[in-house]
Design a binder for this molecule. Structure first.
Ligand SMILES: Cc1cc2nc3c(=O)[nH]c(=O)nc-3n(C[C@H](O)[C@H](O)[C@H](O)COP(=O)(O)OP(=O)(O)OC[C@H]3O[C@@H](n4cnc5c(N)ncnc54)[C@H](O)[C@@H]3O)c2cc1C
Length: 169
């Protein structure tokens, strides 16, 4: 039997997780509150680090495409104290491509690829442990049940309260 899997949120985390599952043959419902992919400005560029964001893209089978789309930028960095004393000074090698930057829109489009995002599906809460599985409540009053729900809906997650009482500060 196929498990019914939902990912709430189509940010970098939700889409990357969904692509990894898709690569392994698991269908995923991606539930996103925004009414469409260009509902709001995508924000600045992201630099993805070796062994972190790049590792996740590798697991999704997208590392080579990320490397082709991204560019080294702002690789040098200094940390100074209040008096201007240099505490750390990172200078890149001429061929350094450790943390290249990618435009968020390009990263999103790369991640979405074959995935089918359900836009305009804001989640208000989830109720785990019902007889049919995890019940997802939507802002429009509808409800749907899944076997597994993954919260990737950012800092103010509506999923997190189902597993933790911690609130953002
Ligand atoms: C100025 C700035 C610069 C940054 N630079 C970098 C960088 O260079 N490199 C880096 O790795 N990180 C950077 N970050 C951090 C990075 O943006 C976040 O770590 C990343 O966006 C988190 O991804 P996410 O998918 O967990 O959440 P989000 O990006 O917050 O995505 C959450 C998604 O869930 C949706 N959603 C929210 N609530 C609901 C709901 N109730 N129902 C359905 N959908 C919902 C949202 O619409 C959104 O699409 C930066 C952050 C900022 C603010």
């Amino acid at each position: 039997m196929r498990h019914r899997i939902a990912v709430v949120g189509s940010g970098p985390a939700g889409l990357t997780f969904a692509r990894v599952l898709h690569r392994h043959g698991y269908p995923v419902a991606i539930l996103e509150r925004d009414p469409g992919p260009d509902a709001r400005p995508p924000g600045g560029t992201l630099d993805l680090h070796e062994g972190l964001g790049q590792l996740a893209l590798d697991k999704a089978g997208l590392l080579a495409e990320y490397q082709a789309l991204s560019r080294p930028e702002g690789q040098a960095m200094r940390i100074l104290d209040a008096d201007g004393t240099v505490l750390r000074d990172w200078q890149p090698r001429p061929d350094d491509r450790a943390n290249p930057e990618i435009d968020r829109r390009q990263l999103r489009d790369l991640l979405i690829g074959p995935l089918d995002v359900q836009w305009g599906r804001g989640v208000t809460q989830v109720v785990p442990g019902t007889r049919d599985g995890v019940r997802v409540h939507f802002a429009d009053g509808r409800q749907e049940t899944f076997d597994l729900v993954v919260g990737a809906d950012g800092a103010w997650s509506r999923i997190r309260p189902a597993v933790s009482s911690v609130t953002p500060v």
